[in-house]
Design a binder for this molecule. Sequence first.
Ligand code: SF4
Ligand code: SF4
Length: 267
Amino acid sequence: MNLALYLSLSLSVALFDLDVEEPNDNHFLQLELSHFQDVTILRPVIDESICTHCGICADLCEFNALAVLPSNVMVFNELCHGCGLCTLACPVKAIKEEKHGLGGIYVSSGSSLNLAFYEGILNVGEAIATPIIHEMKKIAFKEEREIIILDLPPGSACPVIKGLSQSDYVILVTEPTPAGEHDLEIAIEVVKELGIPFGIVNNRADVGNDCISQLAEKNGYTILLEIPHDTEILKLYSQGHALIGRNKRFDDIFANLWHEIRRRKIE
Ligand code: SF4
Ligand code: SF4
């Protein structure tokens, strides 16, 4: 979010908050958001009067969202990804599809910033985040801004993979603790598998130990930036303020980050 703000001082930028389970960029941006679109999926509804309980739909469902019992078919809605395969495959057309709302996408309006901002929100109680991320990426590909930044959730599960795919460059943010190192190693495996160049930002680099720099040195990974543990950053963060525009020192942090990314991309 701070990188997007910094770049929007001189470039046209679009920022997408894809952490749809708990988006928080706008706590700091404080932009007025308006509804852009709803995100729905199609879930199967079984017509038991036609179903022969052949079991084909359950065998094909990759997400184990169906269980065929001798007298009925159970649909586990929270596992269904709405792929439609069961409906296509049912030999007696016993499956209909029903629209189900998962969440929504919101967009900034009337901002003086040179920054378009999109936020995705998964409805409370829903478990499948990827369709919202998928829709947001479709919007991202149509955006004609010079820079598109996708802010992804932590970890390396499906929403992260969905968000990462087709990116030009990945910034992996970590901290120098055993948990940070462990999660970073998994994330690096994912990014390597996707074949995307990446660099590391080591946050609060002067607390914890030197595990991140050692990992980078051993494997030839790039550390783009080390952000120090800084009480002024913590204070601004806890008050809901972005860093950019508050102190030249902070602008310089993100100027360096951008400089390093461009240098590596060009190399
Ligand atoms: S494929 Fe169709 S007929 Fe077979 S169990 Fe599923 S819903 Fe029933
Ligand atoms: S729509 Fe796809 S994910 Fe949902 S139950 Fe059918 S096969 Fe499984």
